[in-house]
Design a protein around this ligand. Structure first.
Ligand code: PEP
Length: 255
């Protein structure tokens, strides 16, 4: 059975004090959640403090990025060891904002995935097409390149410890959501790519989140789709009640 994984990506929002406050609200609101893996991803700066808040709760800690080297002269970067030390469980890798603004490529995504994997952390691998790519009929080609790139060199067992976030770039932060059918179609295609790489049983075990303006109003419809196993949430994760409004419908869904 696949897990429903719902993660809040707080991006570059919230001071440390505000992050601690929101984390405490999420912990309290999610205390009875049983069937959904809930995670929150504050800024690097707030991670250590938020780690103290989520400790012992059923809310997992996620980082928004990582560097692939262990240590050294990489100004501004944070290593997977450092994230592991403070209790991080998930690492978001290859977010479209990293790809668009900070030069992330399929190759750097792969290096990061392999590094966090080697330390037992779970990567949330973000993929997705731009509007121009979709309009040009290149959706499948883009997803194929991104999936093959991210998973290059990963064993079957390592692949089993990954999560994918399918995030159409045109839906991120825009208020425009993929329809249930559009999202399901892309998710089924991605699962098919995983099946080609690792066989059907591995493909059926990997959770594939949807991301892109997911909110309480559209969560139930998206989460009910056969191949949608959770969400990566931006804007709606910045308030505990809207975030939990996405988690709650996930509680009743079994894949
Ligand atoms: C995201 O940043 O991964 C995201 C999906 O953002 P939003 O929910 O705001 O579209």
């Amino acid at each position: 059975m696949r897990k429903i994984v719902i993660a809040g990506n707080w991006k570059m929002n919230k001071t440390v004090a505000d992050s601690v406050k929101l984390a405490a609200e999420v912990v309290a609101a999610a205390k009875d959640v049983k069937n959904v893996v809930v995670a929150i991803a504050p800024t690097y700066l707030a991670l250590a403090k938020v780690a103290e808040v989520v400790k012992g709760s059923n809310v997992k800690l996620a980082a928004q990025d990582v560097h692939w080297e262990n240590q050294g002269a990489y100004t501004g970067k944070v290593s997977a060891d450092m994230l592991k030390e403070i209790g991080v469980d998930f690492v978001i890798i290859g977010h479209s904002e990293q790809r668009t603004y900070f030069g992330e490529t399929d190759e750097t995504v792969n290096k990061k995935v392999r590094k966090v994997q080697s330390l037992g952390l779970t990567p949330i691998i973000c993929i997705g097409e731009t509007l121009a790519e979709r309009k040009d009929g290149r959706l499948e080609a883009v997803l194929t390149t991104q999936v093959n790139g991210a998973y290059a060199g990963l064993s079957r067992d390592e692949a089993l410890r990954t999560v994918i976030a399918y995030e159409p770039v045109w839906a991120i932060g825009t208020g425009v959501t993929a329809s249930d059918d559009e999202a399901q179609e892309a998710h089924a295609f991605v699962r098919g790519l995983l099946a080609k790489l690792y066989g059907d049983s591995v493909a059926q075990s990997i959770s594939i989140q949807y991301g892109g303006s997911m909110k309480p109003e559209n969560a139930a419809g998206l989460l009910a789709q056969k191949d949608i196993d959770g969400g990566l949430i931006g804007g709606a994760a910045l308030k505990a009640d809207s975030f939990l409004g996405i988690v709650t419908p996930g509680e009743t869904i079994h894949k």
